[in-house]
Write a protein that binds this ligand. Structure first.
Ligand SMILES: N[C@@H](CCC(=O)N[C@@H](CS)C(=O)NCC(=O)O)C(=O)O
Length: 218
């Protein structure tokens, strides 16, 4: 399997973490989202993902190349093809909670801090503090997630129970991004507690941006 990603991309990190947790070997193929306007916009990459985003998981089936985009779709595919260890519970409500919390991040936060969105917003509204705008949405989304997790009353070491799930795989990269936006995270004690448990796992350590071949080394 080959993963097109970027060291600091939160969506690539989600997939790396799942691959590591499931013990699936993969080749890391960096796509530089910054250099020369971004390799995600080159013809050769657009042919792989017309959305011009990472990640893309590439593999062969019946001798034909398959390319999957959208990190949650990739995570679901990996779950079905490699069910152990499970990252989505079988119990219906627990599974729905995992999806709910993952979507809080995937749909409710990440798109509003994404590079291309911020670049276009800055061009459309030159007076706007784009970073502050995105920062507000990250903070708002994390506050909602903290409240939702507490209200669900289902968290343990992880967001749903005591087993790591797809929701945790989405959380850890999002908290990293929140720090980049200088958000005060002490206001989210439940999320921080879960992050501590995730970061204790070697799989999360290996999936961390700093461990990636394209991470700056200076
Ligand atoms: N919903 C997509 C979002 C993918 C996405 O936004 N990827 C970002 C990096 S985390 C990207 O490639 N951004 C490039 C750009 O904005 O030009 C997923 O979950 O895979």
């Amino acid at each position: 399997m080959r993963l097109y990603g970027y060291w600091r991309s939160s969506c690539s990190w989600r997939v790396r973490a799942a691959l590591e947790l499931k013990g699936i070997e993969y080749e890391n193929l960096p796509v530089n989202l910054i250099k020369d306007g971004g390799e995600q916009h080159t013809d050769s990459y657009v042919a792989k993902n017309p959305m011009q985003q990472v990640p893309v998981l590439e593999f062969e089936r019946d001798g034909k190349p398959i390319r999957l985009a959208q990190s949650l779709a990739i995570l679901e595919y990996l779950e079905r093809e490699h069910p152990e260890p499970a990252l989505i519970p079988t119990e219906p409500l627990a599974a729905a909670r995992v999806r709910q919390f993952a979507e809080n991040i995937n749909a409710g936060i990440q798109p509003l801090q994404n590079l291309n969105f911020m670049q276009r917003l800055g061009k459309a509204a030159p007076q706007l503090d784009v970073r502050g705008f995105s920062r507000g949405y990250i903070e708002r989304g994390l506050a909602a997630l903290e409240a939702a997790v507490n209200a669900a009353g289902a968290s343990g070491q992880y967001l749903v129970g005591d087993t790591v799930t797809v929701a945790d795989v989405c959380l850890v990269p999002q908290l990293y991004n929140a720090r980049r936006f200088e958000i005060e995270l002490q206001q989210f004690p439940t999320l921080l507690n879960v992050e501590t448990h995730c970061n204790a796992l070697p799989a999360f350590e290996r999936a961390h941006p700093d461990q990636q071949p394209d991470a700056p080394r200076d």
